[in-house]
Write a protein that binds this ligand. Structure first.
Ligand SMILES: [Fe+2]
Length: 134
């Protein structure tokens, strides 16, 4: 089961879309590793990537929100904080339990669902608000 970035997920903001595409690539690499029976081996790398990614990528989106006084910033940032907390919790699980199938499946499910839902709604709404402002 692969997930594909598609035009319907475009926010219209170049750097944000590029970061989303990179994220899809990384998640796909893990999904592919899973179908090849190597999901467990891929999970530490994906979690390390996501730990950095949430800082730089959410930081980029939130900087746009502040710069243009985005009215829905508080709700959007709260969702970012929630996802960041989930990644931190998974990293703790990984440190405690080591790589395992259950963790791999749980991380996959959360990340894939969250991405599609969050980009498709919150990030696209932000993109529409930013359109033409810079
Ligand atoms: Fe976002």
């Amino acid at each position: 089961m692969a997930i594909a970035w598609q035009e319907s997920l475009a926010t219209g903001i170049r750097d944000i879309d590029d970061q989303h595409k990179e994220l899809f690539k990384r998640v796909n690499a893990l999904l592919e590793a899973c179908s090849g029976g190597k999901g467990k081996e891929g999970i530490p790398g994906l979690l390390a990537f996501l730990t950095d990614y949430v800082v730089t990528h959410f930081g980029a989106e939130e900087a746009y929100m502040e710069r243009f006084a985005y009215p829905d910033a508080a709700a959007h940032k709260a969702l970012h904080a929630e996802f960041t907390a989930s990644i931190a919790a998974f990293s703790n699980d990984l440190a405690r339990q080591g790589p395992n199938l259950n963790l791999t499946v749980t991380v996959n499910r959360l990340v894939v669902d969250w991405l599609i839902r969050h980009i498709g709604k919150m990030d696209k709404t932000l993109g529409a608000f930013l359109a033409g402002r810079f």
